[in-house]
Design a protein around this ligand. Structure first.
Ligand SMILES: Cc1ncc(COP(=O)(O)O)c(C=O)c1O
Length: 455
């Protein structure tokens, strides 16, 4: 029960703040969790309760909640040069260094970076870049964007249009020209008797048929997360990117990797496109770019796209786009430090070391008769609840099974996220073996409790 005294934190949160993506009846009933601070992978609420955050905040706090080096990098930059923009040919020196570093760790030999404040804005920026190029290159009809159902690309008007989720219908979205292909989730979308290879081939045929129907000259890009995150942690079916990339290449359609979740180590390599062995024409980055210590996003352009954009920009003298906060020097200082911490101070190594324990934990829980599938890659995973494992029948939506599991976890000091009928786990990269065991023990207890009530 929430503390509903008018001056309680819960009441004050409810009275004056609007929550995003929150089931309001549940939150009125349970009260908000109002947090004060963090330590390693744990966060603490106003009542002193401690929670292991198995979701790294929102996939982003990969270095934990009290990393001194990141806070010191921010402080040093605030002391020296606390803010600037990247308009009119001016840019902070720290931002220049960050762009060099991002290209150095990108899969590209060269290229260019454009900064935003979020992943959504990075996707909007990318689409505007492509539309700008279409106009400049004399192909004004080349505007359609292909994505996949269950793909999540953000909430601004274009990013929400790219997102393949029905909830955007309440906004009258998607905009025209945003086309959502089938989600490459073999377990859910594969047909009876269809092998995974045959399923992937079907996904590729669907792409080819869509390009033919729409006309290759009307399509500006195909945008995909290497592993779908907010759609329910869905790794691509076997060989998916190897099947779709040649088709896109043949038709001259850029393949864009939305690495907002996968980027900076989540899947065990710096980039998800390296884990799945494909070469995108641009990368969308955010979240772990600053280890969650500053809002920042980036569009990282391959040399080819960077050159074409440069040429088009020179023709009309400028690229008329940018945010006041683009390339903020404090964000840049934090990002430089975050990259050093992830790559040189053992965080990526720890992702690799922890992955077998994470996979074993997921596999153990998947033995539960009400878990239909355990899936994931690196340190991102999901467990999908089902009423009937053999037929993959979901629970009745009114039972809100995944919300009940997540709420039970919260009651026992574990934060994890319900997504559809799945529970998502994406622990911080700093987790220890013991913390990972704690995570699975608490989750297992919550699953058993809820399934005993609903199954
Ligand atoms: C793959 C992907 N792209 C884009 C976004 C949007 O990022 P933001 O919430 O920073 O706007 C998200 C957010 O979760 C994401 O997961």
């Amino acid at each position: 029960m929430p503390d509903d005294a008018p001056n309680s934190w819960e009441s004050r949160a409810d009275a004056y703040s609007f929550y995003g993506f929150t089931d309001l009846p549940t939150i009125h009933d349970r009260g908000a969790v109002v947090l004060t601070h963090g330590k390693g992978p744990y966060v603490f609420d106003v009542h002193g309760r401690k929670y292991l955050d198995a979701n790294s905040g929102l996939w982003n706090m990969v270095a934990g909640f009290d990393h001194r080096g990141l806070a010191e990098a921010a402080k040093a930059q605030y002391d020296r040069f606390p803010g600037y923009h990247a308009f009119f040919g001016r840019m902070a020196d720290t931002t220049v260094m960050l762009s060099e570093k991002l290209i150095e760790i990108s899969p590209y030999e060269s290229g260019k970076v454009f900064y935003t404040n979020s992943g959504s804005e990075a996707n909007d920026t990318l689409v505007k870049m492509l539309w700008f190029l279409s106009g400049a290159e004399g192909k004004p009809d080349r505007r359609k964007i292909l994505t996949r159902k269950n793909g999540y690309h953000g909430v601004t008007v274009v990013a929400a249009s790219m997102t393949g989720k029905p909830y955007n219908e309440v906004f009258g979205l998607p905009l025209e020209g945003f086309i959502h292909l089938t989600c490459p989730h073999y377990w859910r979308e594969g047909e009876d008797g269809e092998s995974e290879e045959a399923f992937t081939a079907r996904m590729a045929r669907e792409l080819e048929a869509t390009i033919k129907k729409e006309g290759a000259d009307t399509i500006a890009a195909f945008v995909a997360e290497p592993v779908m995150g907010a759609g329910g942690v869905i790794p691509p079916s076997k060989g998916y990117f190897q099947a779709v990339q040649p088709i896109l290449k043949k038709h001259g359609i850029p393949l864009i990797a939305d690495e907002v979740i996968c980027g900076f180590g989540r899947t065990g390599e710096i980039w998800g496109c390296q884990t799945y062995d494909f070469m995108p024409d641009a990368i969308i980055a955010s979240k772990a770019l600053t280890a969650g210590y500053f809002p920042m996003g980036a569009v990282i352009l391959s040399p080819d796209l960077a050159d074409r954009l440069q040429q088009a920009t020179e023709e009309i003298e400028e690229f008329p786009h940018g945010f006041t906060g683009s390339g903020h020097p404090v964000g840049s200082a934090i990002a430089l430090k975050a990259i050093e911490v992830i790559l040189n101070e053992g965080l990526l190594d720890n992702v690799r070391k922890l992955t077998p324990r994470f996979e074993a934990g997921l596999a153990e829980i998947a033995k539960n008769p009400n878990i239909g599938e355990a899936r994931g890659k690196g340190l991102m995973g999901a467990l999908e609840a089902v009423k009937d494992k053999a037929t993959k029948t979901p629970f009745d939506g009114d039972l809100s099974v995944s919300e009940r599991i997540a709420n039970t976890c919260t009651d026992h000091g574990l934060i994890c996220r319900p997504l559809g009928q799945s529970i998502v786990l994406c622990p911080p990269f700093i987790m220890t073996d013991a913390q990972m065991d704690e995570m699975f023990e608490k989750l297992d207890a919550a699953l058993k409790k809820v399934f005993s009530e609903v199954a």
